[in-house]
Design a protein around this ligand. Structure first.
Ligand code: GAP
Length: 554
C-alpha cells in the first residue's frame, strides 16, 4: 500500500492506493481517501495500517486457536517408539545385536525430521538475527577445558541400586535416604551409593586422555574471543552451536528423552554486565511456575511473560525476552502452546555455574519435563577459562573505553531429540473417519514435502510425474509413488506427515496441470505444472492459503 497525491481543480488530495496483480497484469486500486494535507494523510494512513495489522494478527491467532482445537491424539512414549520404528523415524542402535541402552539411530524419515528441526532452529536464531553467529566446534577437545568448566569435579549424579529390584538409578545427593526406587518403590542401598561422573573418557593418540563433550556450550566459551574478533561482534551478541553431546547417563529412559548420545542446540548470549535488554519482549501467554510458587506449594498460573516481568516473578528482562523467543519458536512451528510451561529452578536445583535458571517444560506423557534450560551463567565460564588458560578474554568496550569481561545473561540450551518428540507428539493424530494416523506436522518440518503419483501405471503418466519429481527434488525431499490405489498412497503419506500429494491424471495430459491434495483437509486444487514448484514453496512457507493457490477440484 502506498500514498499518492492528486491535483483536482487546483486542489491537492491524498489517497491510499494498492497494486495488485490480476491475470498477470498489475492494476492499481484506490483503497481510501486520506485528506487534503500530507500530515493529515500520514496520520490516517498510519491508523489504517495499524488497524489492518491488528486484524491480521487477530486472524493469525484465530488460525492458531483453530489448530489447537484439533488436539493431537494422546499416546504413550512406548507407543511413540513403536510408531517411530514402524515408519522409519528411529531404531534402537545396534538392534540386531540386542541394542545398546541410551543409543538410537535415525531412519530415512527421522534423519530428515531431525535435520529440518536443526535447520529451522539455525535459521530463526542465526540467519534471521544480526546479533548471533554460529560455530561448529570439535567433539573432543583439550581436557583442561573440562577441568576449567567444572565438569570433571562437578558433573556427576548419585548412582544408587535398589535393594529389592537391583536396578540402578540416578538421584540427586539431596534425595539420598528420602526417595524410593522409581521402578518398584523399594529402598535404595545407601551404603553402595556413589558419585558417578557422566563424561565418557576417550584415549587420544596412544596414551592421551580426554572426554567426549557433555555439552556444546564450552566450545563457545573457549572460542569466544576469536569469534568476537573475526565476526566483529559488538555487545550484546550471541554465539550459537548445534551438535552432538555425550553423557554416560546412569539410567537412560523414556525412549529419546534421556539418552547417552544426543544433540544440543545452544546459544551463549553475552552482554555488558548489568545492561538491560534493548529488544521488545514478545507478548506471549504461558503457564508460569516460579521457584516461590513451588516452595509455597502453589499451582502454576497462566500469565503473560511481560506481566510476570512487571510483577517481579521473572527478575530479568533478558530472561523474559529469551523465554518468549524460545516459546515462540515452538509455537511458530506448530507445537501446541497448551503443552508448555516455564518453571524456575529452586535454589537446591541450580547447576554449579548458574545464578538463575528457567526451564521451558513440556507436558510429556510421563509428566512435565525439561525441554530447554535457559540459565544465567554470568561470567563464570569466561573467568574459569581465563584462570585455567592464563589468557585475557576481556574485550574492548567502545562506550566505557575499557576492557570488560562480558556476562552470559541467558544460555538457551535445548535437546534436538526432545524437540523431535515434542513435534511428533503434538502432530500425531488418529483420524477415526479416515481410520488412519495423520501426522499433522508443520510443512517446514515434514520429512517429505510432497509425494508425486501417476494416477495409473502408464508411460505417459509416469513420465510426467517423474519430471515433476526431478523438478521438486532440486529443492526438497520429495517422493515418487506409483504402487497401490490412490487412497492407499494418500494414507501412507498422511501417516508420515507429507503435507502435499500431487497427482497426474487424464486432465493433466491435456492441460499440462496436476492436482495437489492437502493432508489435513483432503481438499484438492488444480495448478499448472510450470507454476507447481513456486506454489509448493509458498504453501510450505505459509505464504498462500491452500484454497487460493489453484482452482478448487473435487
Ligand atoms: N549447557 C547447558 C546444558 O547442557 P542441560 O540442562 O544439562 O544444560 C540442556 O542440557 C538440554 O539438553 C536439556 O534441556 C535437554 O533438552 C538436552 N539434554 C540434556 N541431557 C540429555 C539427555 N541425556 N538426553 C537427551 N537430551 C538431553
Amino acid at each position: 500500500m502506498f500514498m499518492v497525491k492528486k491535483k483536482i481543480n487546483g486542489n491537492e488530495y491524498y489517497y491510499l492506493n494498492e497494486n495488485k496483480r490480476v491475470d498477470g497484469k498489475v492494476k492499481t486500486k484506490t483503497l481510501a481517501y486520506l485528506g487534503k494535507t500530507k500530515k493529515e494523510a500520514e496520520e490516517k494512513m498510519e491508523k489504517i495500517l495499524k488497524d489492518k495489522n491488528e486484524i491480521k494478527s487477530e486472524m493469525e491467532n484465530k488460525k492458531t486457536e483453530k489448530k489447537i482445537e484439533q488436539e493431537s491424539t494422546k499416546i504413550s512414549i512406548e507407543e511413540m517408539a513403536v510408531y517411530c520404528k514402524r515408519k522409519g523415524f528411529v531404531y534402537q542402535s545396534g538392534e540386531i545385536y540386542g541394542g545398546l541402552a541410551g543409543f538410537w539411530d535415525f531412519g530415512h524419515l527421522g534423519s530428515e525430521l531431525k535435520n529440518n528441526i536443526k535447520k529451522e532452529w539455525w535459521k530463526y536464531h542465526v540467519h534471521q538475527r544480526n546479533d548471533i553467529v554460529g560455530i561448529d566446534g570439535s567433539i573432543i577437545t583439550h581436557p583442561k577445558v573440562w577441568k576449567a568448566s567444572g565438569h570433571i569435579d562437578n558433573f556427576s549424579d548419585v548412582f544408587v541400586v535398589c535393594k529389592k529390584c537391583k536396578k540402578a538409578s540416578k538421584i540427586d545427593r539431596s534425595e539420598l535416604g528420602k526417595v524410593k526406587c522409581i521402578n518398584c518403590n523399594g529402598d535404595y542401598d545407601e551404603k553402595t551409593a556413589k558419585d558417578f561422573n557422566l563424561m565418557f573418557k576417550v584415549t587420544v593418540g596412544e596414551s592421551g586422555e580426554s572426554y567426549l563433550r557433555p555439552e556444546t556450550a564450552q566450545l563457545i566459551f573457549t572460542n569466544f574471543k576469536l569469534v568476537q574478533e573475526s565476526a566483529r561482534m559488538k555487545l550484546p551478541f550471541g554465539i550459537a552451536q548445534a551438535g552432538k553431546s555425550f553423557r554416560n547417563e546412569i539410567a537412560p529412559r523414556d525412549f529419546l528423552f534421556r539418552s547417552r548420545e544426543f544433540e544440543q542446540m545452544e546459544i551463549e548470549y553475552f552482554i555488558k554486565p548489568d545492561s538491560n535488554c534493548p529488544y521488545e519482549i514478545p507478548d506471549e501467554e504461558i503457564l508460569i511456575y516460579s521457584a516461590e510458587m513451588q516452595e509455597k506449594e502453589k499451582s502454576p498460573e497462566v500469565m503473560s511473560i511481560k506481566e510476570a516481568l512487571k510483577k517481579g516473578i521473572i527478575k530479568k528482562d533478558w530472561h523474559a525476552y529469551w523465554l518468549s523467543i524460545q516459546f515462540r519458536w515452538f509455537k511458530n512451528l506448530g507445537a501446541n502452546p497448551k503443552n508448555f510451561r516455564i518453571r524456575q529452578h529452586r535454589k537446591d536445583e541450580l547447576a554449579h555455574y548458574s545464578s538463575d535458571c528457567w526451564d521451558l517444560e513440556y507436558n510429556f506423557p510421563f509428566g512435565w519435563k525439561e525441554l530447554e534450560g535457559i540459565a544465567d551463567r554470568k561470567d563464570y565460564d569466561l573467568k574459569q577459562h581465563e584462570k585455567f588458560s592464563g589468557k585475557d578474554l576481556r574485550i574492548f568496550d567502545e562506550e566505557s573505553k575499557q576492557k570488560i569481561l562480558p556476562n552470559v545473561v541467558c544460555e538457551p540450551s535445548i535437546g534436538v531429540e526432545r524437540s523431535f518428540l515434542v513435534f511428533l507428539f503434538d502432530s500425531y493424530f488418529y483420524d477415526k473417519e479416515r481410520e488412519n494416523v495423520i501426522l499433522r506436522i508443520n510443512p517446514k518440518l515434514a520429512p517429505v514435502k510432497a509425494s508425486i503419483f501417476p494416477i495409473i501405471k502408464k508411460e505417459e503418466f509416469e513420465k510426467m510425474a517423474k519430471l515433476i519429481f526431478d523438478d521438486l527434488s532440486k529443492e526438497w525431499n520429495v517422493s515418487y509413488d506409483e504402487s497401490g490405489s490412490i487412497g492407499r498412497r494418500y494414507a501412507r503419506n498422511d501417516e508420515i506427515g507429507t503435507p502435499y500429494c500431487i497427482t497426474i491424471d487424464e486432465e493433466s495430459l491435456k492441460n499440462n496441470d496436476a492436482t495437489i491434495r492437502e493432508r489435513d483437509t483432503t481438499k484438492q486444487i488444480r495448478v499448472k505444472i510450470p507454476q507447481l514448484r513456486e506454489i509448493i514453496r509458498k504453501l510450505i512457507f505459509g505464504e498462500i492459503e491452500f484454497e487460493k493457490a489453484g482452482k478448487n477440484f473435487e
